[in-house]
Design a protein around this ligand. Sequence first.
Ligand SMILES: [Zn+2]
Length: 348
Amino acid sequence: MEYSTETYTDQQAGPAFCAEFLRTLEVLDDLKWWLNPSTGVVHTRLPCPECGWAEKRAERTRLVRLDDDGALFSAVCHDHGDYELCIDPVDGGYLDLATLYRNVVKERSFARDTATLHVMLKGGDWAFGCQLVDGALAALGTPAGSMPVRIFTPQVLSDTGGKLSKSLIRATGTAGGGPGVEPWMLVTTDWPGTTDQYVDALLWLVGLLLSDPKHFFRSFTATELGRLMASRPANLATATRARDMPIYKRYYDLIANGTKTIEVRVAYTSMLRIKPGSQIRFTCRDEATITRVKRVARYSSFEEMFDHESAEAINPTAGRAEQLRAIRDIFPPEKEALGVLAIEIEKV
Ligand SMILES: [Zn+2]
């Protein structure tokens, strides 16, 4: 899987985020009770240009002017007195929005990008706040079909029922957190083992939680989490580290019976990490077959690949022309343009 990351600082500086923020200002009266149900005061934190400090509750931050050039705010710094800041759609300006407001702007800007399915992944404690985000998105006229898709992850709770969170580290130091809280639950680097063991253990845990929705859509106390982790198989560290590759049943069967010895993939960055000696676990529903990579060859097109590789080894049940048609049904031209990998495998 190819990925890149973007921080809030990057995102809020982008023109889409700024433009969306400016649009919210036009309908702030309709939004403010969603963004702050207790007072109706929306917190837009604009840091002082001299020192970077901003009022947390933005008590003295005012919107002075809003027009095509952007929004002009006035605010007051304890040390440097009155200042004005302009948020304009081209040059932006640093915007520190309260969590609810930030999510409304973020989800609204994602909703405008119809070419990508954006999925919000949030901790379960955010499910309550999302009702307010949805109210604000509706007030902004977001069509029902553009409302964001959200997945909520299980929460880990301390014995009080509160979320086990980073603020607990600050409150209690790394030593504490309450009964059942193991140091690594708060500080990753306190994990008693290697990084590989940590990754293996977490992957195993996530697999367990995802194995049944009733495990995923609930919360876990730190004690229960510790109990689950302690029950992981002892051989996780020594088990073969194989890359999982889901595959269609008809191809899976050919690999499982040993007649298909070349697997074809588009040369995504992640695929380029496959090297001779790597192990691949081909999976189809509940079935799995482990193979070892003997050779990886890269080609610029499927045609070039078929010029050099045995069509029979790729699929013993079809000829070259038929295979080429089938493979192009699976991979559109823009994927083929990334390059093509022929991965020769043998069953382990
Ligand atoms: Zn200042």
